[in-house]
Design a protein around this ligand. Structure first.
Ligand SMILES: *Cc1c(COP(=O)(O)O)cnc(C)c1O
Length: 222
């Protein structure tokens, strides 16, 4: 099946209020252009260097989302164009994003990554950590970032009950955290769901799904 076909099919399974991020990591420009020519404009990458190269080479109306774990020393390379950073998992990283965004006179939208999976390998903050960031004076002074929501990844398991429970937890956390809106904390986005679990995620309140292999085919590496 072609990329355009896959994309079209997936769109029929996603409600219009849920944004589709086409995860193009490891895939060549030709594959991205095929999706682009089928109308897709939002793409996700998990390595900053790779995303920068693709940004330089591809049409400028693409919205690039950084969905991977962030290396702080590389934030500067994407600060001039990144549209949304999903995986913010420390205050230090958030402050670095703010600093780099300021140099470009931008406000960079970010999601705080919350750890919902029981697996050790998954990144993300616990609820206490998130609350302490959002409630700090220092956070309120960050003028070049805006937290527009939360991101989470469910356990890698065939047990759908576990996956559903983890997404439910993330939705609950996001609802509870929304109480303290602030100038740079305007949460509306809940980024959860990948190829294998996005339907469950949508049922549990996702507003943004990150789908790679179901569009572009399997990857050989991550
Ligand atoms: C790779 C990746 C995805 C997409 O995974 P698929 O299973 O290929 O859909 C989504 N989110 C993150 C954070 C990823 O790294």
């Amino acid at each position: 099946m072609s990329i355009a076909y896959n994309l079209k099919h997936i769109k029929t399974t996603i409600p219009s209020n849920v944004e589709l991020v086409a995860v193009s990591k490891t895939k060549p420009n030709e594959a991205i252009l095929e999706a682009y020519n089928a109308g897709q404009r939002v793409f996700g990458e998990n390595k900053i260097q790779e995303m920068v190269e693709k940004y330089d080479q591809l049409p400028k109306d693409i919205e690039w989302h950084m969905i991977g774990h962030l290396q702080r020393n590389k934030v500067k390379y994407m600060a001039h164009f990144v549209h949304l950073i999903h995986g913010v998992d420390s205050f230090k990283t958030l402050k670095e994003i703010n600093k780099q965004a300021k140099k470009h006179n931008r406000v960079i939208n970010c999601l705080l990554q919350i750890k919902i999976a029981k697996e050790e390998t998954k990144f993300g903050m616990d609820l206490d950590e998130v609350s302490s960031i959002l409630n700090s004076e220092e956070f309120k002074n960050l003028e070049n970032i805006c937290i527009i929501g939360f991101m989470g990844m469910a356990s890698f398991t065939n047990n759908n009950a576990i996956v559903r429970e983890e997404f439910k937890t993330l939705k609950q956390h996001s609802t509870n955290l929304k109480i303290n809106k602030f100038k740079n904390f305007q949460p509306t986005v809940l980024s959860m769901g990948m190829s294998g679990d996005y339907q469950i995620a949508i049922e549990e309140g996702s507003t943004m799904v990150r789908i790679g292999s179901s569009i572009f085919g399997e990857r050989n590496y991550n």
